[in-house]
Design a protein around this ligand. Structure first.
Ligand code: PLP
Length: 378
């Protein structure tokens, strides 16, 4: 089997698995004051220190969550409600056109829920990079404090966003900045000048269903889940001890994935040779070293995914979708890619355990598919 879908979920690192098994065997509720509880608490606090070190944050500003989606939702709702309670109301919410659904859907819901909160979406260039001039212009027009939500790197194209410039714009207009670092973390070194930063364990070799929201010291925040006072009352609920422990172990084991770039580039060069009509997305922009997003014109993504799957090669279309159905990508649409081409978009994403054999298997299968399609089309 050749698993090449690490942007959907990366392979679990053995270090994470071992740490989780140890934590599960330990048992105990971290809120209990007996020995088992204290041990579980210790594991969580050690993990908090690891996540804090990784994000250059203060451990007390790490909130463990159930993953990237919850972290993004919590950051958005918590920031806007927190600012309101601190008498520093946010009236403008800016997101880019290529954000993950967890940002898009929550931002849209908030614009409906909070009277006086306006949602604006700013564009990306045809190269998939946030249009800084458009963002500056949007910031300049209109009044009121803003929250800007952007991703550090896009999950479909792998395109890395100009976070330093965005942070400078945010500071110039006294805006708050939320960075969705779910795809970038563990793959490239991060620039972390954000008020709210979100992470997900399963994208960097940890388990699914656990992540973190990292607050900058002093960032306004109001909790969403109230109850038992866990996470300094910022996110109540008994902690996912084994998940959190596995998350931290994956972070400790993560070295950035820049070494994968050769493999990715080799794949793209060879695919271009086999199928010169391949369209590669985002090649003109800085990209995550592990991601290749491309279309074989005329070959529907669903057909291609199934054909490769039969050959034991697992890749995906750009956007993984919970229903298992492939939707056309809002990311490619925002880059001006036609619906016809977007429907053929595939994503191959490498991970810490990917090998040359995986790439060769993918190329062999794509070659077969492309040759068959060319014969039928001829
Ligand atoms: N943000 C980005 C950029 C993502 O790629 C994803 C997952 O694909 C998420 C957020 C959501 O993370 P999770 O799957 O942990 O909910």
């Amino acid at each position: 089997m050749h698993y090449l879908d690490h942007n959907a979920t990366s392979a679990l690192r053995p270090e994470a698995r071992e740490a989780m098994l140890r934590a599960m065997d330990l048992g105990g509720n971290p809120s209990s004051i007996h020995a088992s509880g204290r041990k579980a608490r210790m594991l969580i606090e050690e993990a908090r220190t690891d996540v804090a070190r990784f994000t250059h944050a203060d451990p007390q500003n790490i909130i463990f969550t159930s993953g990237g989606t919850e972290s993004n939702a919590l950051a958005l709702w918590g920031a806007v409600q927190g600012a309101y309670e601190a008498d520093a109301r946010i009236t403008r919410l800016f997101i880019s056109a290529i954000e993950h659904d967890s940002i898009r859907a929550n931002a849209a819901a908030m614009a409906e829920r909070f009277a006086g909160l306006r949602l604006e979406t700013f564009p990306v260039t045809k190269d998939g990079v946030i249009d800084l001039a458009a963002l500056r212009q949007t910031m300049m027009e209109g009044k009121g404090r803003a929250l800007i939500a952007v991703m550090a790197a896009n999950n479909e194209t792998g395109i890395i966003q100009p976070l330093d410039e965005i942070a400078t714009i945010a500071r110039a207009y006294d805006a708050r900045l939320l960075v969705d670092a779910v795809q970038a973390a563990g793959k490239i070194p991060l620039s972390l000048d954000a008020d709210y930063l979100t992470l997900s364990a399963h994208k960097l070799g940890g388990p699914q269903g656990v992540g973190a929201l990292v607050l900058k010291a002093g960032a306004a925040f109001a909790p969403f889940t109230l109850g038992g006072g866990q996470e300094r009352s910022l996110r109540a609920g008994t902690e996912n001890v084994s998940g959190i422990t596995g998350f931290a172990a994956a972070i400790r084991a993560a070295s950035d994935l820049r070494s994968l770039q050769n493999l990715r580039d080799q794949f793209e060069a060879e695919l271009n040779r086999i199928a010169p009509d391949t369209i590669f997305f985002g090649m003109q922009s800085p990209r995550l070293p592990n991601t290749s997003n491309f279309a074989l014109p005329g070959i529907n993504a669903e057909t291609a995914i199934m054909a490769l799957d039969l050959d034991g090669v697992m890749i995906s279309s750009g956007a993984a979708c919970s229903s298992g159905k492939v939707r056309s990508s809002h990311v490619l649409a925002a880059m001006g890619v036609s619906e016809d081409i977007a429907r053929c978009a595939l994503r191959l994403s490498l991970g810490w355990n990917s090998t040359e054999a995986d790439i060769h298997a993918a190329l062999k299968s794509l070659n077969k598919l492309h040759a068959r399609h060319s014969r039928v089309a001829a």
